[in-house]
Ligand binder design. Sequence first.
Ligand code: SIN
Length: 293
Amino acid sequence: MNATTIRIEPIGAALGADVHGVDLSVPVSDDAFAIIAGAWRDHLVLRFRGQQLSDENLLAFSRRFGPLDKAPINPYGTTWVPENPEINVISNITTPEGQRTGGLGDGEAEWHADMTYTDAPPKGCMLYALEVPLSGGDTGFDNMFAAYEALPAATRERIATLSCKHDASRNSVGQLRKGFEENYKDVSEVPGAVHPLVRVHPETGGKALYLGRRRNAYVMGLAVEESEALLDELWAHITKPEFNWHQQWQVGDLILWDNRFLLHRRDAFDPKARRHMRRTQIGETEPVLGIQS
Ligand code: SIN
C-alpha cells in the first residue's frame, strides 16, 4: 500500500476521520502506516470503508499498532474463533441449533471504555462489519479531551488530583461477571482498578476525563454521596451531543478507535436482523498517566 494514495477526511465535529485510498487486505507500507498512525492520534477514530478482509488481514493490520489482547472467554468456555484467539466476534446470530456465534446480542450497550477495571486497559480496538442491520446498531464515540476542556475551570481544578475506582464486577450491559458476587456495603468496596480521573496523553500531554463507566464507579477518598454527586455531574456533562459522533455501519467498514481517550456505546437493533462484526483489541504498553505522574 502506497502512502501517496492516502487521503484523510474529518467526519464529525467532535472526532473521527475517513481514511480513503487504503486497501487493508494487502500489507501497509511503513510510510502509509505513519500517516494512518498520525491521523489516529489526531482524530481518535478512523473509518476505512469498502474493505474486504479475512481474519488474517484484520490481525495483520491490527498488529501494526502493537501486541494484541486475546478475546475474552465465551459462555462455551473458549474464544469465538479458537484458531485465531485474538479475534473477538460481536454478533447476535445463532446457529440453526440455537448456539450463539458471538457476544453482546442485540441490546443497547451504555457508554464505556473497555476493560478500564484492569491495571492495563487496552489502547485501542478495531471493529469490522460483515453483516449489519438496515437500521439501529449504530456505535457512538465520545471525545474525553473535548469534554475535559469544556469543564468549568473550578471543576478541572477540583478533579486534577482525584482518582476513581472502575468496577470490575459488572459488564457494559450490567451483568455480573463470572467469579464476582455483589456482597459489598456500598460502591467504595466494589472491586476494580484505580485510575486518575484525568488521564494525560503520553505523547502530546493532552488531558482527558477518564471515567470508564458510570455503574458502581467511586471517587477515592470521598464520602459515597459526594462521589455519586461528582460522578453524576461529570457524566451529565460528557454525554452532551457536542462531544460525540455515531457511526452508521455499512458492510466493509473497519473502525479503529482509541480506548484511552474515548468512550463508546451501541444502539439496540431489531433482534430479527443480523449483525456480525469481527473485533481486535490492541494492548497498551504505556502506564496510565495522571496529572501528577
Ligand atoms: C463494543 O462495545 O465493543 C461493541 C460495539 C458495537 O457492537 O458496535
